[in-house]
Design a protein around this ligand. Structure first.
Ligand SMILES: [Zn+2]
Length: 432
């Protein structure tokens, strides 16, 4: 499910077999904040000064922290942290140790926009300065380009230097997953198996290795049934901490659904802005409650999202979810001992007769199980008439060019020879 979060929150889609994809909303609207600090600015130092000199001085400190992560220099990382706050220092040491495990090929922090935090001024005096900080990074062997997230730091001037005194004063003003990244909580273990990266609690390394193994098999399944190129690079986050990436694990109207995993989409650009550019990639986040009983087919569904999302953002939800369900079900039946016949029967007898449209956000919100089943069946129909390559061609065309209902209808007509209502009629007759 492509679930738009933040300002474009359109309601989380429910799911029959527990999956949805979250899309963190972002676009690059402000390149101006990327200028790094200079050495001169560092020595210009810490009188409150002009906003420009303050920003320059803080950018130098942030650059030193990024360099410290890249080089493994914990002393340099901690140098700017308030030594009078042992708890904050300890937290920052955990952050450093966590970050060190991710293998950044690039990492930059820079001052973004000021956020007023009067209580911090009251506590630390007039030099207290709270600002959103942008973190722009690329993980080696995983991200095809840089992505961005944000955090919020409070600095004060003490003895002529800027000191970091708080990292959580303006969290409520950040983007949805700002300061809620996998490295922002407890000590973690990061397992790497080639292009697979699994993040677990420090004490759950064995679980991480198991998930890495299952992920490898799941990636093979996606390669078998999704015909377009995909490098299979993926991060799976399976931590006990429910706040990671700020995901809601129940959704839908009525009693709601429990979601077992989501693919969260990443962008390069201001995370608070509405996205326009294509996503850079995704992370799969597992619901903490099911992390120890994770089924492979669930990962297949989510990894199909990871493989398809970078193509473009315009594919309609019925095809996004339909393809993920299609690949999931095929991967189950690749093993002759397994079947999805009960699901097939439910779709034919329960979900198809009431199908009136290709299910959209409204239908997914109202009834997740029905919509996922219908979406799957549409995809099964498309593959039966056009093959997996034809299905992928339709997806690609829609993901790139499906910018309006009219555009979507015309692409469907071009690729299938049918209008959307004709497609619905054909799908309802299709027995599989
Ligand atoms: Zn999904």
């Amino acid at each position: 499910m492509v679930m738009q979060r933040g300002r474009l929150f359109a309601g989380a889609a429910a799911l029959v077999l527990v999956s949805a994809v979250g899309v963190a909303v972002a676009t690059r609207s402000d390149n101006s904040a990327t200028a790094g600090g200079t050495a001169a600015a560092a020595t210009a130092g810490a009188k409150a000064g002009s906003p420009q000199s303050r920003k320059a001085a803080l950018d130098v400190i942030l650059a030193q922290r990024a360099t410290a992560v890249l080089k493994g220099d914990v002393k340099a990382f901690i140098a700017s942290v308030d030594p009078q706050q042992p708890k904050l220092v300890a937290k920052q040491r955990v952050l450093f140790a966590n970050l060190r495990q991710f293998q950044f090929s690039t990492l930059r922090y820079f001052v973004a926009d000021e956020r007023l935090a009067p209580n911090l001024v009251e506590k630390y005096g007039n030099t207290a300065f709270s600002t959103r900080v942008m973190m722009r990074y690329q993980l080696a062997g995983l991200d095809p380009g840089p992505v961005q997230t944000d955090l919020g730091y409070t600095f004060v001037v003490r003895a002529g230097r800027w000191i970091l005194v708080a990292d959580d004063a303006i969290d409520q003003t950040l983007s949805d997953d700002g300061h809620r990244q996998p490295w922002d909580f407890q000590p973690i273990t990061v397992i790497r198996r080639g292009k697979i990266v699994v993040v677990v609690d420090k004490s759950e390394a064995a679980l991480g290795k198991k998930i890495a193994g299952v992920s490898k098999t799941a990636i093979s399944a996606v390669h078998r049934h999704w015909p377009r190129p995909w490098n299979g690079a993926v991060m799976v986050v399976a931590m006990p901490e429910p706040r990671v990436m700020s995901l809601l694990w129940t959704t839908g109207t009525g009693t709601g659904w429990t979601i077992a995993a989501k693919a969260v989409t990443l962008y390069d650009g201001e995370p608070l802005s509405v996205k326009a550019a294509a996503p850079v990639g995704s992370r799969i986040v597992i619901n903490p409650a099911v992390r120890k009983s994770l089924d492979e087919d669930l990962l297949v569904h989510e990894m199909t999202h990871v493989a398809t999302v970078p193509i473009g953002v315009h594919a309609p939800v019925w095809l996004v979810e339909g393809i993920a369900e299609y690949v999931r079900c095929r991967s189950i039946e690749d093993d002759p001992h397994w079947t999805v016949d009960p699901y097939r029967k439910t779709v034919r007898t329960k979900y198809l007769p009431s199908m009136k449209v290709l299910p959209g956000e409204t239908q997914f919100d109202a009834s997740g199980d029905r919509s996922y089943g219908q979406a799957w069946w549409v995809t099964e129909y498309l593959v039966s008439t056009k093959g997996e390559k034809g299905m992928a061609a339709l997806y690609t065309d829609l993901a790139l060019h499906g910018t309006s209902p009219a555009a979507i209808a015309s692409i469907i007509k071009k690729q299938t020879g049918k209008t959307p209502p004709e497609l619905v009629t054909a799908v309802k007759k299709f027995r599989g």
